[in-house]
Design a protein around this ligand. Structure first.
Ligand code: SF4
Ligand code: SF4
Length: 164
């Protein structure tokens, strides 16, 4: 009798496995399969340039003031008239975002008067030290807007509709 009960337990266990074997998986094989971002996903920032190569950021610090997590540090400086960095009088001499403090709310993007700071679908930024997760201009400024536009278009093609 005990043997029968044990055998029945095995059969019912396998039936549960079989029931789910051919169902649509709710997990993905990340990182081999890209994560399907919702349409309005907010990830790692970029500092954009104009098509002529000048930086959009004018060092006004509005993004830093708007940031509820105190994650942004901006220090502006006067542009050199002979070789300006941005079209305005000033530019962002130092610009840093502490990704460990950031809550990816997007308020910096809303506050920026020149559309310089933009949140992108990029999200896989794990690293080994806290210092490396403070992004400076070397990692935030997009050097080739056209190439970046193409990359974002490809990234958007992998998204699925939804709102977070
Ligand atoms: S997304 Fe929000 S928390 Fe992150 S830097 Fe911008 S304003 Fe600050
Ligand atoms: S990113 Fe925009 S809001 Fe922030 S300092 Fe530059 S221009 Fe001002």
């Amino acid at each position: 009798m005990n043997v029968l009960r044990a055998a029945w337990g095995i059969v019912t266990g396998h039936m549960v496995t079989l029931k789910y074997l051919f169902k649509r998986k709710s997990t993905i094989d990340y990182p081999r399969v890209p994560y399907p971002h919702p349409e309005r996903f907010r990830g790692v920032h970029e500092l954009r340039k104009y098509d002529d190569g000048l930086e959009r950021c004018i060092g006004c610090e509005l993004c830093a003031v708007a940031c509820p997590a105190n994650a942004i540090t901006v220090i502006g400086a006067e542009n050199d008239p002979a070789a300006p960095t941005s079209p305005g009088q000033r530019y962002g001499y130092r610009y840093e975002i502490d990704m460990l403090r950031c809550i990816f709310c997007g308020w910096c993007e809303e506050a920026c008067p020149t559309d310089a700071i933009v949140l992108t679908p990029k999200f896989d930024i794990a690293d080994y030290t806290r210092e490396r997760l403070v992004y400076g201009k070397d990692r935030l400024v997009v050097t080739d807007p056209f190439k970046q536009h193409l990359a974002n278009t490809e990234s958007a093609a992998q998204t699925e509709p939804g709102v977070i």
